[in-house]
Design a protein around this ligand. Structure first.
Ligand SMILES: [Zn+2]
Length: 141
């Protein structure tokens, strides 16, 4: 067995039964990296200390989650994160992409339930009734 294969096996054995990297963990690591980059750009001592501490806590927490054996709790955290942040952000990115491609419609978001309403462009001042909750949206298309 080669050297790297042996290291790979040892690592696999070590990670067995542990949480590993999930979406929440990866997001935490990326946030910590972005905070570090922000710190590097800002160069203010007070801000530096606060952001640095936040990045450090995020990193330690992410590492703790990665090696945690409490899979049930970690999966629950990750699911909560996916539902509250990951999927909504992903959806809004997808929506923005669709909206930027669509030149024939204008999009309004309901102020009450955040449903996206699509109307044809160029109709002037209009009142839209939200199909989900019935709230009226006033806008110009
Ligand atoms: Zn609505």
């Amino acid at each position: 067995m080669g050297f790297f294969q042996r290291i790979g096996n040892a690592l696999a054995r070590f990670m067995y039964g542990r949480n590993g990297a999930d979406q929440l963990g990866l997001t935490m690591i990326w946030t910590a990296i972005l905070l570090d980059i922000a710190n590097w750009i800002v160069r203010n001592q007070t801000v530096d200390a606060i952001i640095g501490a936040a990045a450090l806590i995020l990193t330690i927490w992410a590492i703790f989650r990665m090696f945690s054996r409490n899979l049930y709790k970690r999966r629950e955290e990750n699911t909560r994160f996916l539902n509250k942040l990951w999927y909504p952000v992903k959806r809004s990115f997808a929506n923005a992409k669709i909206r930027s491609r669509d030149k024939e419609h204008k999009y309004f978001t309901c102020s009450n339930c955040h449903t996206m309403c699509r109307v044809p462009k160029g109709k002037g001042n209009i009142v839209i009734t939200c199909p989900k909750c019935g709230t009226e949206i006033h806008g110009k298309s």
